[in-house]
Design a protein around this ligand. Structure first.
Ligand code: SF4
Length: 549
C-alpha cells in the first residue's frame, strides 16, 4: 500500500479521518434540501449551519460565490450569494427547459448564465431565499441541481449529437438516462471519497473525453454488436492522470450494472484519509487496471466481462460541434460559440425561441462550452446563423474564438487568483485583431487556479492563473504558460514553459509573439501541439514586454 493510501471503508476505516469525512458521516448531504426549504430560505443566510453552508450545500449544486473585490483566505472571501449549477445529462435540452433555465437566470441571477465544459449551466448571484422557487421552476421542466457538486456522481456527460450524428456507432442517450434514473439521489452513492465523473459516448469523435473522466463508456464494435469499451481513473486538477482501459467489453444492457460496480469499488476502496488522494485515479494508479478489474468482477458484478477492443482514434481535428453540419437525417445542426462559455439568461431564452422557430426545439450543450441547435432544414441554416450572431453567438467564429474556454475565475470563484471569463473574451478579440489571417485551430484554455475546471493541461495554450512580479516588483495577476496538451492519438498533457510567467497586461503581446513564431517555424501542416513538443526553449520565451521569473 502506498503511503498516501488509507481511510478505505473496505479495510475497516470507518472512523472519520478528516473534517469532510466527519461532515458526511454526521448527516447525508442529500438531507440538506429539506433544511433549505423549511429553514434557511425562510430565516436567511445567517441561519445556515457552517457544515451545511460549506459542505452539504454542494450536494444540491450550491457554492457561496466570492465577495466582489475580496482578497484573503477562502472563508473570508465568502459572499452571501450563491453559484447554483444545473445538472443537464448529456447536455440535452428541449426549448421549454432552456427557456426555464434562461428565466431563472433573468429573475434570480442578474441574468448571468455560464455554459460549463461538463454540459451544465451555472447561475450566479442566487439568494438562499429564492432557492426553493428556483427548484420548483427547474423541476417543473424536468431539470434539477441534485448532486451537481459534492462527493457524489456528477452530471453524466455525453456526445451533444447523440441520436443525430451521421457517423455514430450507437445512440448512447438511453444509457445516460438509465444511469441517472437508477442512481441519482441513491443514498448508496451519496457519500463517495470525492467527486465521480462519468462519460458515455456513442460517437466516433470522442467529445465525451473518456481519457479524463473517472469512468467512461466508449462505443466499440465487438463480435458483431455495438457495446462499450470501459475506461477508469482519469482526471485533471493538480495531479492529472489519463484514464486507463480495463480491456473489458460492456454490452449495452450491462452499462448501468457496471457503472454501479465501479462506483461501488470507488466508494469502498477509495482513499478517504487525505482529500488530495481521494479521487479514483490514485487507486487505479496504485492497483493498476488488472487488479481493479479483478476486484470489480469478483465483488461487484453478477458475471465477468468479456475482453474487448479499444476504440479507434477520433478522425476529427475539432470535435466542438461548431458550424453548420449535416445530421444523419438530412437536416443540419448549427453550433455556436459564446464568449468563453459566458451567456445570459436573456440569450438562452432567445436561443430557445430560435430552436422552436428554426428547428424542432432541441438544443445541446457541448463539453467545449458551446451551444448547438438541432434539426434545422438546410435552407434555413443561414437565417439561424444570422439570428445567433445578433447575440454574438457565433456559428462561424474565428478559430481563436472557437478554441477558447475559461473557467469561472475570480469574478465569482473563491479559489481563483485571476479573473478569467472577461479576460479570455478580451484576449480573443485582441488576438483576432492582431492575427486576422490565422487559419490554424488553436485551443486556449484559461484557468483561475490549478483545479483546472477549464482543462489547462489539455489545451494548445493552457493558461494557469498565478501572482507574478509586475513592472515595479509588486505581485500582479498573471499566468503560467503550459503548451501542447491534447487528447486523441498519443494524448499528452501540456508542458509548462519553464521560467515564463506572464503578467495579464502582457498576455496579448506574449501570445501574439508565440503564435507568430509557431507560424514561422512549423513544418507543413504541423499542428500546434506537435510544434510545442519540439519547440526550442528560446522560441517560447517572451520577446518584449512579458516578464520572466
Ligand atoms: Fe475556480 Fe479554480 Fe475551477 Fe477556475 S479552475 S473555476 S478558479 S476552482
Amino acid at each position: 500500500m502506498s503511503r498516501r493510501a488509507g481511510g478505505q471503508w473496505a479495510l475497516g476505516y470507518r472512523e472519520p479521518l478528516n473534517g469532510n469525512e466527519r461532515m458526511k458521516r454526521d448527516d447525508d448531504g442529500l438531507n440538506v434540501r429539506e433544511r433549505i426549504i423549511s429553514k434557511y430560505s425562510k430565516e436567511g443566510f445567517d441561519s445556515i449551519w457552517p457544515d451545511d453552508l460549506r459542505g452539504r450545500f454542494r450536494w444540491w449544486g450550491l457554492y457561496t460565490q466570492r465577495r466582489a473585490g475580496a482578497e484573503g483566505d477562502v472563508e473570508d472571501l465568502e459572499d452571501s450569494h450563491f453559484m447554483l449549477r444545473v445538472r443537464i445529462p448529456g447536455g440535452r435540452l428541449e426549448a421549454g427547459q432552456l427557456r426555464a433555465v434562461g428565466r431563472v437566470a433573468q429573475r434570480y441571477g442578474r441574468d448571468f448564465a455560464d455554459v460549463t465544459d461538463r454540459q451544465n449551466v451555472q447561475f450566479h448571484w442566487i439568494r438562499i431565499e429564492d432557492v426553493p422557487a428556483i427548484w420548483e421552476e427547474l423541476e417543473a421542466v424536468g431539470l434539477n441541481s441534485a448532486q451537481a457538486c459534492g462527493d457524489v456522481p456528477r452530471n453524466v456527460i455525453g456526445c451533444a449529437l447523440a441520436g443525430v450524428a451521421a457517423d455514430e456507432l450507437i445512440d448512447a442517450t438511453s444509457y445516460i438516462e438509465e444511469i441517472e434514473r437508477r442512481f441519482l439521489l441513491d443514498p448508496q452513492f451519496s457519500n463517495l471519497p470525492r467527486k465521480f465523473k462519468t462519460s458515455v459516448s456513442g460517437c466516433a469523435h470522442h467529445c465525451g473525453q473518456h481519457e479524463i473522466n473517472d469512468i467512461s463508456f466508449v462505443a466499440v464494435e465487438h463480435g458483431g454488436r455495438v457495446g462499450f469499451d470501459l475506461w477508469v481513473g482519469g482526471g485533471l486538477g493538480p495531479a492529472p492522470r489519463l484514464a486507463q482501459r480495463l480491456g473489458a467489453f460492456v454490452p449495452p444492457e450491462r452499462v448501468a450494472e457496471v457503472w454501479g460496480g465501479v462506483c461501488g469499488v470507488f466508494r469502498d476502496y477509495g482513499y478517504r484519509r487525505s482529500r488530495n488522494y481521494a479521487r479514483l485515479k490514485f487507486l487505479i494508479g496504485d492497483w493498476g487496471p488488472e487488479r481493479f478489474r479483478e476486484v470489480l468482477e469478483r465483488e461487484y458484478l453478477t458475471a465477468p466481462l468479456e475482453d474487448g477492443p479499444a476504440p479507434a482514434p477520433s478522425p476529427a481535428a475539432q470535435n466542438d460541434h461548431v458550424g453548420v453540419v449535416p445530421q444523419a437525417d438530412g437536416r443540419v445542426y448549427v453550433g455556436a460559440a459564446p464568449r468563453a462559455g459566458r451567456t445570459s439568461g436573456s440569450e438562452l431564452v432567445r436561443v430557445a425561441d430560435l430552436a422552436d422557430r428554426f428547428g424542432s426545439g432541441r438544443v445541446r450543450l457541448t463539453t467545449q462550452q458551446k451551444l448547438v441547435v438541432l434539426d434545422v432544414e438546410p435552407d434555413r441554416a443561414d437565417a439561424l446563423v444570422a439570428a445567433l450572431e445578433q447575440m454574438d453567438l457565433q456559428a462561424r467564429p474565428s478559430l481563436l474564438r472557437r478554441g477558447t474556454m475559461a473557467c469561472t475565475g475570480s469574478e465569482f470563484c473563491k479559489l481563483a487568483v485571476v479573473e478569467t471569463k472577461n479576460r479570455a473574451d478580451a484576449l480573443v478579440r485582441e488576438l483576432e485583431r492582431r492575427l486576422p489571417d490565422l487559419e490554424e485551430p488553436i485551443r486556449i484554455n484559461m484557468n483561475g487556479c490549478p483545479n483546472s475546471c477549464a482543462r489547462f493541461q489539455l489545451a494548445d495554450i493552457g493558461l494557469l492563473g498565478s501572482r507574478v512580479p509586475g513592472a515595479d516588483g509588486e505581485r500582479v495577476e498573471g499566468f503560467q504558460v503550459h503548451l501542447g496538451g491534447h487528447l486523441g492519438p498519443d494524448p499528452s498533457f501540456a508542458r509548462r514553459v519553464k521560467g515564463v510567467r506572464v503578467a495579464s497586461a502582457e498576455l496579448e503581446d506574449y501570445l501574439e509573439g508565440l503564435l507568430r513564431r509557431f507560424l514561422e517555424t512549423r513544418a507543413e501542416d504541423e499542428p500546434f501541439h506537435a510544434w510545442a513538443a519540439r519547440a526550442e526553449d528560446q522560441w517560447l520565451q517572451p520577446q518584449v514586454g512579458a516578464l520572466s521569473a
